[in-house]
Design a protein around this ligand. Structure first.
Ligand SMILES: NC(=O)c1ccc[n+]([C@@H]2O[C@H](COP(=O)([O-])OP(=O)(O)OC[C@H]3O[C@@H](n4cnc5c(N)ncnc54)[C@H](OP(=O)(O)O)[C@@H]3O)[C@@H](O)[C@H]2O)c1
Length: 173
């Protein structure tokens, strides 16, 4: 099973401002996210991200796996959704054994950190928006770079628009 992480960050590495605002992400980043959601057969996210994700539309049959320590008390906001209390590595092994082919990790920070620090994803796709937030929720516990991302290698940087949004791709080396 091929595992991709997708995230949008500010220039200073935040995935959300202090108030959780995501209005600063570009339409090209939203399109990229949409395209990768379409390509995936399972979407994985933390329970804080889940309600925000469902606002983007869930009218498909993809499996959504939502990580939570309290599965029984979660509110189901989309069909074909499982609330799971387990280490991310076990969840991914289970999905692979069930035949899923393309898993997309949608965040938030807690899930990104588990995936990156345990080298669970094959590819990281990080859209960097030309905005400085100054504070908020960082993508990763340390700034992403070739040095901090042990086990990963930056493979490309692609402009997504004329405003300065760039897509950084890292692959497991
Ligand atoms: N810019 C972007 O690309 C992007 C993408 C996604 C999200 N976001 C933003 O990121 C913020 C959310 O990130 P976050 O880190 O606060 O929350 P999150 O990762 O969405 O969810 C965190 C919660 O997930 C549960 N969880 C995580 N790993 C678990 C595990 N292995 N087992 C059981 N439960 C587990 C825990 O829930 P319990 O409380 O049940 O313990 C934890 O509190 C939001 O503001 C969202 O908008 C931004």
């Amino acid at each position: 099973m091929y595992i991709t992480i997708i995230a949008a960050t500010s220039k200073d590495g935040y995935i959300a401002g202090t108030d959780g605002d995501l209005s600063w992400t570009s339409k090209e980043d939203k399109q990229l996210l949409h395209d990768y959601v379409l390509k995936s057969d399972v979407l994985i996210m933390g329970q804080v991200t889940y309600p925000k994700h469902t606002k983007l539309g869930t009218n498909d049959n993809k499996l959504r796996v939502v990580l939570t320590h309290d599965p029984k008390n979660m509110q189901m906001l989309s069909k074909n959704t499982q609330f799971v209390n387990a280490p991310l590595s076990d969840i991914l092994k289970d999905l692979k054994s069930k035949g899923y082919k393309n898993a997309l990790i949608l965040g938030g920070a807690s899930v990104y950190n588990q995936a990156i620090s345990n080298k669970l994803a094959d590819t990281l796709l990080i859209s960097v928006e030309p905005i400085t937030l100054g504070s908020g929720l960082p993508l990763y516990s340390i700034p992403l770079s070739n040095e901090s991302l042990t086990g990963y290698k930056q493979t490309s940087v692609t402009p997504l628009n004329l405003a300065g949004t760039e897509l950084y791709q890292y692959n497991l080396s």
